[in-house]
Design a protein around this ligand. Structure first.
Ligand code: ADP
Ligand code: ADP
Ligand code: ZN
Length: 217
């Protein structure tokens, strides 16, 4: 089963993908995590991506599509994957269709997590991420048991550079201009399920899991 988690920055895609990953036994493939891994390892791709990420812009489609294609071709994605942060525009949506077709697969559904902008700013300004396993936390809404330490793996938590207010504004603008048209695109394709992303993490998880199980049938 191939599922896409669609939603603005801060909607809870990473948080929810970790839960769906366990329940559905599918790998979580997050384009942002893949870029940050490349950044950490100072690869050529990482250095290129950094210029765009620092400004809150999208990394060019050709390199993004190639990176995701490589990831989906790894053996752990044989049974499917939960895509998070990809596709982010029309060209990437078409790129994804092409890669799945080439693999003899198809997209099963798109779970759209709807959250208004004011709430996103609150979420992103308090977000802390595990340096090791990328699990997101929030100082108020989802604090770790021990300050600065990941519950899941014991890794150190840090704040992303691009979660500062100026970059958050740029990312929201990019989202509304380039990514949000995909909501209608997938709705028209009959693949979209909208879930209310406001509410506690458990409630949103339950709604997403129910939607994913319906799509699997
Ligand atoms: P968030 O979790 O806040 O939505 P991501 O971790 O998905 O943010 O993305 C962080 C940054 O990485 C984006 O602002 C963008 O620069 C880059 N990026 C991630 N995914 C993509 C993509 N599919 N296409 C282009 N750029 C991307
Ligand atoms: P995305 O991957 O869509 O950018 P994240 O999963 O990283 O979003 O969540 C953004 C921030 O909001 C994190 O700090 C996370 O702990 C917090 N968060 C996630 N879901 C909720 C929720 N339902 N209510 C409050 N805060 C949330
Ligand atoms: Zn961790």
């Amino acid at each position: 089963m191939y599922l896409v988690l669609l939603g603005p920055p801060g909607a809870g895609k990473g948080t929810q993908a970790e839960r769906l990953e366990e329940e559905l036994e599918l790998p979580h493939v997050a384009s942002g995590d893949l870029f940050r891994e490349n950044l950490k390892n100072e690869t050529e791709l990482g250095l290129l991506a950094k210029k765009y990420m620092d400004r809150g812009n999208l990394v060019p489609d050709d390199v993004t599509i190639a990176m995701v294609r490589d990831r989906l071709q790894r053996p752990d994605c044989d049974q499917g994957a939960i895509l998070d942060g990809f596709p982010r525009n029309q060209a990437q949506a078409q790129g994804m269709d092409r890669m799945l077709t080439d693999m003899g697969r198809r997209l099963d559904g798109v779970l759209y997590i709807a959250v208004p902008d004011e709430e996103l700013v609150r979420r992103l300004s308090g977000r802390w991420i595990c340096r090791q396993c990328q699990t997101p936390y929030h100082t108020v809404f989802s604090p770790p048991a021990k300050g600065g330490v990941c519950d899941a793996c014991g890794g150190a938590l840090y704040q992303r550079d691009d979660d500062k207010p100026e970059t958050v504004r740029a990312r929201l603008e990019v989202y509304h201009q380039q990514t949000s048209p995909l909501i209608d695109y997938y709705r028209q394709a009959g693949l979209l399920v909208e879930v209310d992303g406001v509410g506690d993490i458990e409630t949103v998880s339950a709604a997403l899991l129910e939607a994913a199980r319906k799509l699997a049938k």
